[in-house]
Design a protein. Structure first.
Length: 255
């Protein structure tokens, strides 16, 4: 919250938003942007009380710029300090699409879904049985499915849309599934398998080994209701398809 004198100073800056000189105007912008996201409510209030089309466009531009600067900072901190936290990164990316994202609702929805799955898991289940529990909740109870139209549209990536509509593009579903697994502390990772995004359930018996050196127990296709297939089936597919590049690239999906 800004103090009264600070608000008066900010409002004085807003009165200069019709400045015709571009160099002078850029200096005004820098002074406004300096305040960060906290100034956005004041900018919106000014927008609602302004009729000058030039000022209206400039306020919209300033709000976008402040949002992007804030998200860039968040993304940089995530990459530097917490890049293994899937949902934290996913939320930041979703905020690029929806700047006014209801973060509390997303967190609450994720917690409810996580708890629903957790209640059906126990330490006696095999890896295959654990995945079947996740599949049951995601694909039977909640009917998550891939988008059938415009899968590459930005909104198809957004986490809030995925949670609300139970639909998303293949990348969104893969990251979402891996994120749920991460919160449940299951060794399921996003993998690129011959240019196809899938999930790999990795043998985590020896955690000292690098991820790429741990054997894959099986693969999961999150866009096909969690269809499970084995390394043997993959090798057979490779042989029959005459694929030369047999490397499988993994992206870490658990902290």
């Amino acid at each position: 919250m800004f103090k009264k004198k600070e608000v008066e100073k900010i409002k004085a800056l807003f009165k200069l938003l019709d400045e015709p000189n571009e160099m002078v105007y850029e200096g005004i912008c820098e002074s406004i942007v300096f305040y960060g996201v906290e100034i956005i409510p004041l900018l919106r209030d000014s927008f609602d009380n302004t009729f000058n089309p030039v000022v209206l466009d400039r306020i919209k531009s300033l709000i976008r710029r402040i949002h992007l600067d804030s998200l860039y900072s968040e993304l940089n901190n995530w990459v530097t300090l917490d890049s293994k936290n899937i949902f934290k990164g996913y939320i930041i990316l979703t905020k690029f699409i929806y700047p006014s994202l209801d973060l509390d609702k997303i967190i609450d929805d994720l917690k409810r879904l996580e708890k629903e799955i957790w209640l059906e898991l126990n330490s006696n289940l095999t890896a295959l049985e654990e995945v079947k529990v996740i599949n049951k909740i995601l694909y039977e109870s909640h009917a998550f499915s891939p988008l059938s139209i415009y899968p590459s549209h930005p909104e198809g990536f957004a986490l809030n849309n995925l949670l609300e509509l139970q639909k998303g593009n293949p990348i969104a579903l893969s990251v979402f599934y891996a994120g749920i697994a991460q919160r449940l502390e299951l060794p399921i990772y996003v993998a690129k398998l011959y240019d196809v995004i899938v999930l790999a359930y990795v043998d985590n018996a020896d955690e000292k080994k690098l991820l790429k050196d741990r054997p894959v127990l099986f693969y999961i296709n999150p866009t096909s209701k969690g269809f499970i297939f084995t390394s043997r089936e993959v090798k057979l597919f490779v042989k029959e398809s005459h694929i030369k590049n047999k490397d499988i690239k993994y992206q870490i999906g658990r902290a």
